[in-house]
Ligand binder design. Structure first.
Ligand SMILES: Nc1ncnc2c1ncn2[C@@H]1O[C@H](COP(=O)(O)OP(=O)(O)OP(=O)(O)O)[C@@H](O)[C@H]1O
Ligand SMILES: [Mg+2]
Length: 255
């Protein structure tokens, strides 16, 4: 199985708000292995984005230890991130944002225009390459951010409700694309409110409690990752049973 991509041991995080401290997350232990697609579900404010910020190296845990790719997480290194809000390079065009990510990923210059077209096509934005990022809609900006993260092919990809602003059809298409991102080496940690989305994407779903978020359910999702059409999978009895289990845990938190 190799070294874990993510290993959180006794991790807690509190924010300072003036004089007060806001306990946001934990204590929790969490491990993500190479090839795993982990989906984190939890109520608003339960610390899901905080969890991703700790793994991405944008925050340090107030207690416990976070190890990512075998070391202390460093923002921007080896880990790809799609935030809740798209954060594009505003001085570049839509296509330029993708080309830059390809350059960082070591894709040879000669291959970048074709790869840029393929990636924009994948997120349904083929025609928008020459536009400035402020000349496209919020949902389109988010799709550029997703294409940029895919371009980098990082060993670990962190996605924070990346599809929240998208229409249902685009969302389903991108869910299918993202689902195939993990392989033997690469892993994904994906945050969502959607129970259906979680079960469809995950090999494992973790449900967090109300703030400060702790793990209340850690459920393997043994659905086939290839060979079964998405509609068939979503309609299967196995899918319904898993969805029921996750939804039950989410309801228990709200109760
Ligand atoms: N910079 C900050 N300073 C103080 N408190 C913060 C800060 N960021 C987040 N919090 C608080 O920490 C808790 C966890 O926030 P976080 O953004 O991780 O939640 P979340 O699960 O991602 O919520 P949502 O589903 O709404 O995105 C919340 O109560 C939030 O108000
Ligand atoms: Mg959040």
């Amino acid at each position: 199985m190799g070294e874990p991509l993510v290993e959180l041991v006794g991790v807690e995080h509190r924010y300072r708000a003036g004089r007060a401290e806001v306990p946001a997350l934990g204590p929790l232990d969490l491990r993500v292995d190479p090839g795993e697609f982990l989906v984190v579900v939890g109520p608003s404010g339960s610390g899901k984005s905080t969890l991703l910020r700790l793994v991405g190296g944008f925050e340090r845990p107030t207690a416990g230890e976070a190890r990512v790719l075998g070391g202390t997480p460093v923002a921007g290194r080896d880990v790809g991130t799609v935030f809740q809000q798209p954060r594009l390079f505003p001085w570049q065009t839509v296509g330029g944002n993708i080309a830059t990510a390809l350059r960082w990923a070591g894709v040879p210059r000669a291959d970048r225009p074709r790869r840029t077209r393929e990636l924009l096509d994948q997120v349904g934005l083929a025609d928008l390459a020459p536009r400035r990022t402020w000349e496209v809609s919020g949902g389109q900006q988010q799709r550029v951010a997703i294409a940029r993260a895919l371009a980098a092919r990082p060993r670990l990809l962190l996605m924070d409700e990346p599809f929240a602003a998208l229409d249902a059809l685009t969302r389903e298409r991108l869910q299918e694309d993202v689902r195939s991102l993990t392989d033997g080496e690469r892993g994904v940690v994906f945050v969502t409110h959607g129970v259906d989305e979680a079960v469809f994407l995950a090999d494992r779903v973790v449900v967090l409690s109300d703030r400060p978020g702790r793990v209340v359910l850690d459920l393997p999702v043994p659905l086939p990752r290839s060979g079964v059409p998405a509609d068939e999978l979503r309609g299967s009895a196995e899918f319904a049973a898993l969805r029921g289990e996750v939804a039950g845990a989410v309801r228990a938190i709200a109760a």
